[in-house]
Design a protein around this ligand. Structure first.
Ligand code: S3P
Length: 185
């Protein structure tokens, strides 16, 4: 079995609610790799939540912070990265991430995306939207040509985290690290 280049990062992209963080964390755990969520990284660095930044400093400023974070973590090797849904809109961000490893785009219908994020962390782009599902559809349409540039496309509709993580591991031909169980211990 071909084993993925251990130096290459695994980068998850996709809209909010596509499962980037949950799937990224699961894959990282299975592989014993470090996991970084760009939004959480940015929040620790700035001492503010993403929604506070949007509210107090505006989206443009947020995108600048996001760009700094992407530039920095693209230099790390052998990690799993979950990006904020809009991070790849910036061509330079996409380039840095692409150079750092495999890019995997996660998809789901706007209805499913909304069901997954409803009542959870505030997503500033959906604030004060009369029809958040329609808004998600618009954002999806705006970004689909960029998400399509990923190395792999995964449909997450009606699948659970374990299924999707397994699918990604198979796709990348990743051999799971041996455990005591494999040795019959
Ligand atoms: C954004 C998605 C959010 C966050 C910010 C902007 C976007 O991240 O980065 O609210 O532009 O799609 P998640 O995709 O993790 O929700």
């Amino acid at each position: 079995m071909q084993i993925i280049d251990e130096a290459k990062n695994i980068v998850l992209i996709g809209l909010m609610g596509s499962g980037k963080s949950a799937i990224g964390r699961t894959i990282a755990k299975k592989l014993g790799r470090r996991f970084i969520d760009t939004d959480r990284f940015l929040e620790r660095k700035t001492g503010k939540t993403v929604s506070e930044i949007f509210e107090q400093e505006g989206e443009q400023r947020f995108r600048l912070y996001e760009k700094e974070v992407i530039k920095k973590i693209s230099q790390y090797i052998g990690i799993v990265i979950a990006t904020g849904g809009g991070a790849i809109k910036d061509p330079e961000n996409f380039k840095y991430l692409k150079e750092s490893g495999w890019i995997i785009a996660l998809y789901a219908s706007p209805e499913t995306l909304y069901k997954r994020i409803e009542g959870k962390r505030i997503r500033p782009l959906l604030l004060n939207q009369d029809d958040p599902v329609k808004k998600l559809e618009e954002i999806q349409n705006e970004r689909k040509s960029i998400y399509a540039k990923a190395d792999f496309q995964i449909d997450t509709e009606a699948k659970d985290i374990d299924n999707i993580s397994g699918e990604i591991m198979d796709l990348l031909n990743i051999e799971k690290p041996m455990t005591a169980f494999d040795f019959g211990l």
